[in-house]
Design a protein around this ligand. Sequence first.
Ligand code: FE2
Length: 574
Amino acid sequence: MAIRGNWEQRRVEAVSRMGEIDRRKFMALTGSSAAALIFGYAPFTEKVWAQPSFSGYPFKLGVASGDPEPDGGVLWTRLAPEPLADNGFGGMPRDRAVEVRWEVAKDEGFRRMVREGTTMARPRLGHSVHVEVSGLLPNREYFYRFRAGNATSPVGRTKTAPAPGTSLAEMSFAFVSCQQYEHGYYTAYRRMAEEDLDLVVHLGDYIYEYGPNEYRAPGGNVRVHEGGETTTLAAYRRRHAQYRSDRDLRAAHAAFPFIVTWDDHEVENNYADEIPETGQSPEAFLERRANAYQAYYENMPLRRSSVPQGPDMLLYRRLAYGDLAEFNVLDTRQYRDDQAAGDGNDPPNPEQQDPSRTLTGDEQERWLLDGLASSGATWNVLAQQVFFAQRDFQVGAGQLFSMDAWDGYIGSRERISNFILERDVPNPVVLSGDVHNNWACDLKADYDDQTSETFGVEFVGTSVTSGGDGADTSTGQQATVAENPHIKFFNGQRGYVRCTLTPETWRADYRVVPYVSQPGAPVYTRASFVTQAGNPGLVPVEENPVQGTRNSSTAIESDAERAEAQREADLKQR
Ligand SMILES: [Fe+2]
């Protein structure tokens, strides 16, 4: 995918405008020695381990690729012969760098090699490597692998984006979010890896920060987190390593390039910029955020432009896929104002409606609107974390909204919605995660006036595991659908959403698995919706009856239950 514009310039500008403030604050708070350690200002003392002999297979975390461009993409791995080692170095020496060879070929057997080279896996970045390969052909499949010492990595498959402006007949991708390891098995990833996709978009909650069994699924947990609540760099590294120990997750990474962004649990539940949920000093929280961001960067196939600078990391970015789609990948955590009204489900309130409050930060909002204004793509995608459309939980008179979602930041939502309406931005599609259930919505000019203009659609994807098995629906969730006429669909099972785009239509298939409490579930399409280019709004295509589970169950983790379970988990930590 082509990253448009002068990326380095944007990075410098973004960091100098937003980052410096936090960084100065952080340096003042933590002292320069901690800052030097985290920012890497300390002298470069590592030696090279010339002929490494690892204590085990060093590629246990697998391989990944990401952010495809027409001429290449990011190839990732992280050396970790003992992934859960206490010190966070995965069984690698903490003072030695290791040379890693990388190879890209047209075939899985690596007979037709097209690019190769070497890079260093450095202890400062947890012996991760992020190769930005270029010189590949657009819209092509490639295979890649790594070598270190005598070991060879598993083979990954990736695919480059079409050349800029190319007229593309079709593309398909899946999006996912929320993979609490303890809540179930990653069967959805196994089934996804069996599909034919161009790429995968991850919308956040890749890991959860909780200690063992602090956050319980309604049906109970089936796996257990290693180590306590994550706050240190070593602990976040180990948590990422534990999640990658799941072979189905590794299979999905090896099968498709990923475009990733985070939500809150990569750091801490419901944090907002530098404000922790509760019970931590600003100093401790910023240090924690720096640790979490660093471990996230180390473990994701991201570009150098996302290398963290202490507690700051530039993650929002734009990727184009021919003339068919432009993905605006948002970060709705790092720059947001604190949640209104103490962060819960609340009735309309002045803080929520205060137009000066922001979910994206001013800089990212300007960047998004500029991108939407200049896009030439048929489909303009906002790949982001939290529920965008209005969602009133209060059945009957009165209204109740989630203060953590766009409903808690009315000014932000209205600025973006009004811009799309005024500029006639074609075919906006919002992709969301966070809520551990499937939803589908029309986007309205005014949600309280259902005769107002529909200007786009939102697909909210369920979790991979968070919330446990779940069930199809419940009377409570159906009441919420009825209360909000622009919301067309609810389902409470686990899975992913597969999207197929053509110049005329966008089809979303809600792919669900009947259970995650045991491995090996089948997958099926619970419902499909289409939206037509130039004619905003959802058109239901088909709904399929639930297979292999009950139609209606209270085992669905509702929003209130999710919030309560996470609040209880937070209390257990203290
Ligand atoms: Fe989540």
